[in-house]
Design a protein around this ligand. Structure first.
Ligand SMILES: [Ca+2]
Ligand SMILES: [Ca+2]
Length: 85
């Protein structure tokens, strides 16, 4: 079960190597408990790398609000081709 989820995340990472947009919260929160742990973030290189920055209240976990805020910022930084607002 867990292995299958990890493999799915790996396949998605391969399918989207540019990471132009952050993956949906539900995709990163593999067990669906509403919190992204470091272990879950480890499946996504960019999230893992910026974990401390995303974790604004420094409790070692990413809740949906923290993640969505960061994800929106990633979308703002989308590379050429994206229309600026
Ligand atoms: Ca989780
Ligand atoms: Ca947090």
């Amino acid at each position: 079960m867990r292995l299958k989820l990890v493999l799915g995340a790996a396949l998605l990472a391969l399918a989207n190597p540019s990471f132009a947009q952050a993956p949906p919260f539900a995709e990163v929160d593999q067990d669906g408990d509403g919190i992204i742990t470091r272990e879950e973030a480890a499946q996504h290189a960019e999230i893992s790398r910026q974990f401390d920055e995303i974790d604004r209240n420094q409790d070692g976990r990413l809740d949906r609000a923290e993640y969505e805020q960061w994800a929106a910022k990633q979308d703002d930084q989308a590379p050429a081709g994206a229309e600026p607002e």
